[in-house]
Design a protein around this ligand. Structure first.
Ligand SMILES: Nc1ncnc2c1ncn2[C@@H]1O[C@H](COP(=O)(O)OP(=O)(O)OP(=O)(O)O)[C@@H](O)[C@H]1O
Length: 257
């Protein structure tokens, strides 16, 4: 799928990260990270296992504090936020993580209702139904509204998980390994959905992956993380137009369609 970039607002940064450092004991994980994500933009963070991609996401959502550097998300200075402000920020973020499982004992409708009712107590039944149908339609699973999660495929469950996140109308989506454990056809569906979400809901996204097909399909820009630093940030093709052996070997170990 060829991406068009008309929807990105380069005058409005939504995430600004500057000179970010984080160590755990003598394990120096992030060593001077800089990254700006613009409104409506999908940025892929590409890197091998253990390079600190998840640590970065935790800094953005305030689950971890940096040793030094700044993390500004939607105007919030994240490391300085108290619990109340952190909750406020997290309401504006949508998390699609591998462990964000659905409730097995609830129907798809109930799974989607749950976060809405929990967070907006005075919602009329009609508005609730409209919201549920809107996001299910966006992920192409309106027909599954009354099914149980056990009746769905892994890819369908993942899509319902994304719908459940979208129902809270996040401004930024954070996808952690969205295609991990999925077959190539289902992976392609999820990649297409990530782009469709961006276009339909005008969200910005950070997509963490080591899947090159996913990076190419979903990213407006790709940030290549090696040894705790972004060694290159740019279009997918520009990243791999290099003589850097570490980047080339990363490419060679992946199968690209
Ligand atoms: N809370 C923590 N305490 C101590 N060390 C941690 C903690 N969180 C992460 N680390 C370490 O930070 C490093 C980077 O971890 P991280 O989970 O960010 O890697 P990753 O790039 O997301 O890898 P993967 O693709 O395998 O998830 C690892 O060495 C990990 O052991």
């Amino acid at each position: 799928m060829q991406k068009e970039k008309g929807h990105i607002d380069y005058n409005t940064p939504v995430i600004i990260i500057k000179d970010l450092y984080k160590s755990f004991g003598d394990n120096d994980v992030l060593k001077g990270i800089d990254l700006t994500v613009y409104k409506g933009e999908n940025v892929v963070v590409l890197g091998r296992s253990g390079t600190g991609k998840s640590v970065l996401i935790k800094m953005i959502s305030g689950l971890l504090k940096p040793d030094s550097g700044t993390v500004n998300v939607l105007g919030y200075d994240v490391p300085s936020l108290n619990e109340k402000k952190l909750r406020e920020l997290r309401m504006k973020l949508g998390f699609s993580f591998q462990n964000s499982a659905l409730y097995d004992s609830m129907t798809v409708r109930e799974n989607l209702e749950f976060p809405l009712v929990k967070n907006s107590h005075h919602l009329a039944k009609k508005d609730l139904n409209n919201s549920i149908e809107r996001v299910l339609d966006a992920v192409g699973l309106l027909q599954s509204i009354n099914q149980m999660p056990s009746e769905l495929s892994g890819g369908q469950r993942k899509r319902i998980g994304i719908a459940r996140t979208l129902i809270m109308q996040p401004q930024i989506m954070l996808y952690d390994e969205p295609t991990a454990g999925l077959d190539p056809i289902t992976s392609t569906e999820i990649n297409n959905l990530i782009v469709a979400v961006q276009e339909k809901f005008h969200t910005s996204s950070i997509i963490i992956t080591h899947d090159l097909t996913c990076a190419k399909a979903t990213g407006d820009r790709v940030a290549m993380m090696l040894d705790g630093q972004f060694v290159k940030v740019g279009s997918f093709d520009s990243i791999f137009d290099t003589k850097d052996e570490r980047i080339n070997s990363f490419y060679e170990y992946n199968f690209i369609q």
